[in-house]
Design a protein around this ligand. Structure first.
Ligand SMILES: [Fe+2]
Ligand SMILES: [Fe+2]
Length: 300
């Protein structure tokens, strides 16, 4: 698999949300709200990535890795801003997402803050180990954002379903940049630690938590949207078969098997994110993205 050095740039794209409905896939509120969970989850998570990576700077002894980490931080900060703007738009449309985002603030701002959780093996006397553990968690999360990036770039079924063009552009611009910077968190983890057992432990934690948050968020959105009939609501466990049905029959969502397979590849001793797939789809999308094109014409 190619390993092409890429200079990571933050594309300061803008999206116009005024014509986008929260049910952005016509007649498919379930899939729309399952994907909407990304707007609820990612901003706090991506801001946390940036805070953690800034702290890792003194540990970096390679200038090229430092440059990659800086590019990663800039891209993730831009992703967080873009997804937050969607939430502002949804609030104006009568969907208050703050009860859910408050939980994300607690997770990333308190539980995973610079102070290790009380009672954990990490103590305030050893901030280095806690920092390394959080970098391992980010590397594991980035395995899923990479998988989702490859998936959404290729998800022709969303186009066939007539999904909102602006939302698709946001998802694919973000997905392309996830593919573009897919190696940075893993390379940083290898640089500061490379402890294989820690890598496996991080994925063992991230896989169930990531999926749990996603189903919890889908339940939340189906209940928060006043336009969704109450018959569509279900518990998190009740949503699992519906998710899998949508993934397999409509192909408008990634399947659970894709998450487990991505986790399995991540814990293989010979894993490196560069082997996850080609950059071609991401480069091609960034060349035709309406938001990136608008950015280029503003800059010209
Ligand atoms: Fe991102
Ligand atoms: Fe990322």
């Amino acid at each position: 698999m190619e390993v092409v050095p890429v200079r990571l740039e933050a594309r300061r794209v803008r999206f116009r949300w005024s014509d986008t409905s929260p049910d952005f896939i016509p007649n498919d509120p379930f899939t729309s709200h399952t994907i909407n969970v990304l707007h609820l989850l990612l901003p706090e998570g991506e801001r946390w990535f940036s805070r953690v990576f800034r702290q890792a700077d003194p540990l970096i002894t390679s200038e090229s890795l430092r440059e990659d980490v800086l590019g990663f931080i800039k891209q993730e900060s831009m992703h967080a801003q873009a997804h937050s703007a969607v939430l502002d738009h949804y609030a104006a449309r009568g969907i208050d997402t703050s009860p859910f985002t408050a939980k994300m603030e607690f997770l990333f701002g308190k539980l995973l803050s610079d102070t290790p959780p009380v009672g954990s093996d990490f103590t305030t006397n050893n901030p280095h180990e806690w920092l390394v553990a959080r970098i391992a968690l980010i590397a594991a999360i980035e395995q899923f954002t990479t998988m989702l990036g490859f998936w959404v770039l290729d998800a022709k079924e969303l186009d066939a379903a007539n999904a909102d063009r602006v939302m698709l552009d946001l998802l694919r611009w973000h997905g392309a940049e996830e593919v573009e910077h897919r190696s940075v968190a893993f390379d940083l983890f290898q640089h500061v630690s490379g402890d294989y057992r820690l890598r496996v432990a991080a994925m063992a934690l991230v896989l169930p938590v990531f999926l749990g948050i996603w189903f919890h968020g889908t339940r939340f959105m189906l209940e928060a949207d006043p336009d969704v009939p109450s018959s569509m609501r279900a518990s998190e466990l009740g949503l699992v078969p519906r998710f899998e049905w949508a993934a397999r029959r409509t192909k408008r969502l990634p399947s659970l098997a894709m998450f487990f397979a991505a986790a399995g590849r991540f814990v293989a001793p010979s894993f490196h994110p560069s082997k996850e797939g080609s950059m071609d789809g991401a480069i091609a999308y960034l060349a035709r993205s309406p938001a990136v094109a608008a950015l280029r014409s503003r800059a010209a």
